[in-house]
Design a protein around this ligand. Structure first.
Ligand SMILES: N[C@@H](CCC(=O)N[C@@H](CS)C(=O)NCC(=O)O)C(=O)O
Length: 126
């Protein structure tokens, strides 16, 4: 990739993309935003990140960051005027555990609540 600013592949309603966008905004970093249709992902995104999830950040030096938490750390590691990373100094393990709980069991339960028909246990009333 050539260009001055990173490219962020994103989807407006994706919570992972939201937290990446929030951290990027808090850091003051400028990005080129590429809004993705999840059913029709752009081939140039898949070419650099075959796993096919958003967010994906492509840096001007062609490095690819394809996990939302890593995008947050990248952006806030460069500039963190609001001190978002400060709690990491207090109890990193507790913070990591909370994020893992939210990303794991909570997200699983939320998906089953929001989209019950996608899961096997769903039985429509007769
Ligand atoms: N662990 C990933 C999860 C990203 C993720 O699951 N994003 C969803 C949208 S919310 C996605 O792109 N799904 C692919 C699809 O629906 O095709 C991260 O934190 O970046």
């Amino acid at each position: 990739m050539s260009g001055e600013v990173p490219i962020l592949y994103s989807f407006r309603r994706c919570p992972y993309a939201m937290r990446a966008r929030m951290a990027i905004a808090a850091s003051g970093q400028t990005c080129a935003l590429r809004e993705v249709v999840l059913r029709n992902k752009p081939p140039e995104m898949i070419a650099v990140s075959p796993k096919g999830t958003v967010p994906v950040l492509v840096l001007p030096d062609e490095r690819v960051i394809e996990e939302s938490l890593e995008i947050m750390h990248w952006a806030l590691g460069r500039n963190d005027p609001q001190g978002w990373l400060a709690p990491l100094n207090d109890d990193r393990d507790a913070l990591d555990a909370m994020i893992a709980e939210n990303d794991g069991p909570f997200k699983d339960a939320l998906d089953r609540y929001k989209y019950p028909t996608r899961y096997e246990h769903f039985r429509p009333a007769p």
